[in-house]
Design a binder for this molecule. Structure first.
Ligand SMILES: [Fe+2]
Length: 290
C-alpha cells in the first residue's frame, strides 16, 4: 500500500479501469509465435514494459524478455512507466541489465573514457550500430514526459561521431519521440530540441521510438542526410481503434550501390484469428555513407 500512495495510486486506477483490459497476454503470445516463425536477427523493444514500475513488474517483464530471445539478440530501452516514481535501480532496471547493456568491445572501441553509465548503450550487429538512450525519468502527476539529460547527450555526440566514422548504420532507440508534435505536451520529451541539435550535427541514419501508442513516421534533417523517425503502436493491445491496433515492424537493411535502403514490413494483430499478419510494406532511403 505504501508503494501505491503516490503517483502509482492514479496509475493503478488507470490500470484497473482501462489498461488491464486493453493490454493482453494473448496478444504478446501471438507476437512471440510470429517472431518464432520469422526469426529476425535482432529484436529491439523501446518500452514501456511495465505499468507502475513496481519491482514485481520488472521481474515479470524479465521473465518475458527471456522468452523473446537471448540478451545479445534483444535490445531494450526503458519507457516512462519504467521510471514511474523514484525506485531502487537494484530492484528495477538492474533486473534487465543483460538486455540494456552495451557490448563491452563496442563500447571500449568507441568510448574509451565513456565511464560506467548504462546509457547511451551501444551494440554493433553487422553493419548496424544500435544506440540506446534512456528518456525514462519520474515525472509529475498526470505527466508522462521524458528527458535525456546533458550527460547522455554529451556521450551520444561521441558515440555518433565514432560510429559514423566506422560507416555503421546508426539506429537510435529512444522511448519518447524526438520530433515535436508526435505526442502531446503532457507526453513530450522535454529536451527534444537539444537532442535534435546533436542528431543534426553528427548525423543518424534511423530513429525508432515508442510512447505514442500509434504509428508515426517523420523525418529528421541531419548533416549527413534525412533520417526516418518511426514510431510503433503498442504490441500488446487488443484495441480495434484505427491507428491503435497492436503492431510491430520488421526491418530489412540493404545496400544498393551507394544507397542504403530500409524495408519496413508492418505486422499487425488480427483479433479474429488471434495472430499477427502482414499489413503492408514500404521502402525508405536512409542517409548514405560518405
Ligand atoms: Fe510511454
Amino acid at each position: 500500500m505504501r508503494e501505491l500512495l503516490n503517483k502509482r495510486f492514479f496509475g493503478y486506477l488507470s490500470w484497473i479501469s482501462r489498461r488491464r483490459a486493453e493490454h493482453r497476454r494473448e496478444v504478446l503470445d501471438a507476437l512471440l509465435r510470429d517472431l518464432a516463425r520469422l526469426r529476425p536477427d535482432h529484436t529491439v523493444v523501446t518500452g514501456d514494459l511495465t505499468h507502475l514500475g513496481l519491482p514485481s513488474e520488472f521481474e515479470q517483464a524479465r521473465r518475458w524478455l527471456q522468452t523473446v530471445g537471448e540478451p545479445q539478440d534483444v535490445t531494450v530501452v526503458p519507457g516512462n512507466h519504467e521510471a514511474y516514481v523514484h525506485a531502487s535501480p537494484e530492484e528495477t532496471l538492474r533486473l534487465w541489465q543483460p538486455y540494456l547493456s552495451s557490448d563491452e568491445a563496442s563500447r571500449a572501441a568507441t568510448l574509451p573514457a565513456g565511464g560506467q553509465a548504462p546509457f547511451p548503450s551501444l551494440r554493433v550487429r553487422g553493419p548496424l550500430a544500435l544506440i540506446g538512450l534512456s528518456s525514462a525519468r519520474p515525472s509529475g502527476f498526470f505527466l508522462a514526459t521524458g528527458r535525456v539529460g546533458q550527460a547522455q547527450r554529451d556521450a551520444l555526440s561521441r558515440v555518433l561521431e565514432a560510429t559514423g566514422r566506422r560507416k555503421l548504420v546508426r539506429v537510435l532507440l529512444i522511448h519518447h519521440p524526438p520530433l515535436e508534435g508526435t505526442v502531446g505536451w503532457r507526453k513530450r520529451l522535454v529536451d527534444s530540441r537539444s537532442l535534435r541539435a546533436i542528431l543534426s550535427r553528427h548525423g543518424v541514419e534511423l530513429v525508432l521510438h515508442g510512447h505514442g501508442h500509434r504509428a508515426a513516421q517523420g523525418a529528421l534533417r541531419t548533416a549527413t542526410g534525412t533520417a526516418p523517425v518511426l514510431g510503433v503502436p503498442s504490441a500488446s493491445t487488443v484495441s480495434a481503434m484505427a491507428g491503435r491496433r497492436a503492431q510491430y515492424y520488421l526491418y530489412r537493411f540493404t545496400d544498393e550501390g551507394d544507397a542504403r535502403l530500409l524495408t519496413v514490413s508492418v505486422r499487425g494483430y488480427a483479433h479474429a484469428r488471434n495472430g499477427f499478419a502482414a499489413e503492408g510494406e514500404r521502402t525508405l532511403i536512409l542517409p548514405a555513407a560518405d
